[in-house]
Design a protein around this ligand. Structure first.
Ligand code: NAD
Length: 436
């Protein structure tokens, strides 16, 4: 099938390489010339496991190409997938300007009957809105059908999540249109659920809001565990074995981040408000997440009394491991708060440092190229992202470099027995008794 994808971010690019890998003829269009130049040379602009291999393989096979020309992309396509960004607006609503522009681009350039698939996360009713935009500008006689096909991949495992998705949602009004999309995805052998367009749009928000709420719930349990002397890791093990609960997204920590959960939860709340519905549970999910991000600093203030002049080494910057994405990363809130408290902050991350350097709130952070350099003479370590490199680090060697061997572990990634072997250490995990 001939497919064009508008937007080569995490979603568009992962979709592009995976659809070409199952045999489709894919052309990816992006406004960002630098990105397209890199991609055309076979270089992935994002860090994503497995991406580079599939990119090279499918370019070489002649099934995958890149362009900045919408005309070139749309001339080619029977199916056009919109995967542009849908960032948050100040009022919590969704900025649809990129989607609107993509709709206009399609209307102006399309020359044959086309199925337009909205893969970007958009509020309920947006597919109908985009159809109106296209209809207003389009003066041909061809049919243009809209399909809602929200994406559920996670950064850090985007390729595997696309190839082995739990489900694919296809929201379409016409059966033949849904069948065409089913045919496109058939080689993936993933369960497909057909719904109305509005239900498909809602499934995406309901899923993300549920997962975010699950995280905030376990974080509150962790906080209560600290008060009553229980160990949240044991609690999670015990809860997760229950099939009705499951153990995913039940890991306590310093809150969710990234480009999706924070904005999608707020967008759903905004939709509720616009419809006169008081979704109070979501307000709590957001409030708990905000305070969870401040937990490590609060613990450090409690321990030191005052952070003025203290040197804190942040290990991890990206919002989660296996990605270089800094959007809404808890590390930003933590760095800002530490600096406001007068602390000196050093930071190390295996891949996200270049992106972190572009963030204004991080301008007083000193970035280092190794863990050792970050922790040198530090009063304390904050583990912010659970990279394997931190799980596996030689703790006894690390603490030798520090001024005082104190670790605040925001992701519970160090094992208790390894901590206990280093007798001098002070260790403060989340929701578990500290080791002092
Ligand atoms: P992104 O910001 O990484 O990439 C968007 C790309 O679209 C950019 O490269 C931009 O230059 C390009 N673009 C903007 N307007 C364009 C146009 N008119 N024509 C062509 N290209 C255009 O975004 P992302 O993280 O891939 O997210 C895309 C959408 O998917 C969002 O709605 C997001 O909420 C949703 N989503 C993201 C994830 C994720 O993990 N990142 C997961 C599921 C869903």
């Amino acid at each position: 099938m001939k497919v064009a994808i508008l937007g080569t971010g995490y979603v568009g690019l992962s979709t592009g390489v995976c659809l070409s890998d199952i045999g489709h003829d894919v052309i990816c269009v992006d406004l960002n010339e630098a990105k397209i130049n890199k991609l055309s040379q076979g270089i992935s602009p994002i860090y994503e496991p497995g991406m580079q291999r599939l990119l090279t393989k499918n370019i070489d096979a002649g099934r995958l190409s890149f362009t900045t020309s919408h005309q070139e992309g749309l001339d080619h396509a029977e199916v056009v997938i919109i995967a542009v960004g849908t960032p948050q607006k100040d009022d919590g609503g969704v900025d649809l300007s990129y989607i609107e522009q993509a709709g206009k681009d399609i209307a102006v350039h399309v020359k044959q009957s086309t199925i337009v698939v909205i893969k970007s996360t958009v509020p309920v009713g947006t597919n109908e809105y985009v159809k109106r935009i296209i209809d207003e500008q389009f003066d041909g006689n061809h049919s243009i059908e809209l399909v809602s096909n929200p994406e559920f991949l996670r950064q850090g495992s985007a390729i595997m999540d696309t190839i082995e998705a739990d489900r694919i949602i296809i929201g379409a009004e016409k059966k033949e249109v849904a069948m065409k999309l089913q045919e496109m995805y058939r080689p993936l052998h993933v369960p497909i659920i057909l719904t109305s367009i509005r239900s498909a749009e809602m499934i995406k928000y309901a899923s993300n809001a549920f997962l975010a709420t699950k995280i905030s719930f376990i974080n509150e349990i962790a906080n209560l565990c600290e008060s009553v002397g229980a160990d949240v890791e044991d609690v999670v093990k015990g809860m997760g074995k229950d099939k009705r609960i499951g153990n995913s997204f039940l890991q306590p920590g310093i809150g969710y981040g990234g480009s999706c959960f924070p904005k999608d939860v707020k967008a759903l709340l905004h939709t509720a408000e616009l419809n006169g519905f008081d979704f109070s549970m979501l307000k709590e999910t957001i409030a708990i997440n905000d305070s969870q991000r401040r937990l490590l600093v609060a613990k450090a203030v409690n321990r030191f009394g005052n952070l003025k002049g203290r040197k804190i080494a942040m290990l991890g910057l990206s919002f989660k491991p296996e990605t270089d994405d800094m959007r809404e990363a808890p590390s930003i809130t933590i760095a800002r708060s530490l600096i406001e408290h007068g602390a000196k902050v050093t930071a190390y991350d295996p891949v996200a440092t270049d992106n972190a350097k572009k963030i204004v709130e991080m301008d007083k952070v000193r970035f280092t190229s190794t863990i050792s350099k970050a922790v040198k003479e530090a009063d304390a370590i904050f583990i912010v992202t659970e990279w394997n490199e931190f799980r596996q680090m030689d703790i006894s060697e690390i603490i030798k470099k520090m001024k005082s061997p104190i670790i605040f572990d925001g992701r519970n990634c160090l094992e208790n027995n390894r901590i206990k072997e280093c007798k001098t250490i002070e260790y403060y995990p989340i929701g578990r008794p500290p080791i002092i």
